[in-house]
Design a protein around this ligand. Structure first.
Ligand code: FES
Length: 99
């Protein structure tokens, strides 16, 4: 039997459009963001001081904002507004295939 490290986080329908949700897999937290049906999965730890990014917010510009000091990160590149810091782990970006 083929072994895989694939772990299913959730169904697409579990995260409504323009919302995000935190998941804990093997004691590592991830945030899944549904930004206009484009899904981004990032490590739930701000590269500034480690706050939970999943408790923050995002907007149509595609930036995820940390709630603690309001640093903003581009969901596609992981970079902050000054292109200095990058999200620790930018895992996956995919678009929902329309039914
Ligand atoms: S901990 Fe996120 S901006 Fe400071």
């Amino acid at each position: 039997m083929l072994e895989t490290n694939f772990v299913k986080l959730c169904n697409i329908s579990d995260i409504p459009e323009n919302e995000m949700k935190i998941f804990n897999i093997r004691n590592i937290e991830f945030v899944v963001v549904n930004n206009n049906k484009e899904f981004h999965v990032v490590y739930n730890k701000c590269p500034h001081m480690g706050n939970s990014l999943g408790d923050g917010s995002f907007d149509d510009s595609g930036y995820l904002t940390c709630p603690l000091h309001k640093w903003q990160f581009n969901l596609e590149t992981g970079k902050d507004l000054k292109d200095m810091k990058i999200l620790s782990l930018l895992i996956l970006i995919f678009q929902q295939v329309l039914e």
